[in-house]
Unconditional design. Sequence first.
Length: 194
Amino acid sequence: MDDAFTLLRQAVDLLPEVAVAENGQTVGDVRRDIELQEWEMALDVLIEIADVHPVSIDFWEMLTEAARQMMVDRSRRWCEWRGWEVKHGTIRATLTLLGADEGGRQSAFSGDGRLRPLWGIGHRTADGRQDLDVARLWVEFAPQLGPGETADVRLAPLRPERWQHLKPGDVITMYEAQPTAGIAEIIEVVPPRV
């Protein structure tokens, strides 16, 4: 297994020289960070570029392993997540959690993909009862989400094929127990790139 620094060099070589992040950082900036041994900065910029420019599963696997070796746990989980999305597609939604006074959760949860709530996405059992599905949850642009708060989220279904019917504008329901824990409106569905 290559070391983290070699993996970062290999990952940058997978990008076209013209690839640019939303914040204007370029492949050249990553190469400079690598030369200056600014390893975490190089990792962060590679992630930023890949969030805009389509990349392969191999790219995300290199960044995942580099982040693991560098002991940057949240970045490692994000790179694993993005690799999963390349293979299975992306479901983004705007989630509003019910407040504690409405029967929702009592405290915030970490938004880094570890929560695996149940979702009502329109499926029914043979006898007509609601059939719930599991999906991990990543909160975009925030480390956590608390009662009564709203944020854009990414969902990683346990069985992605059961979510293929969803489209922007659909409303789905999050459950952690009875009653409902939150309501989400789908804002984007991107098919797998594999």
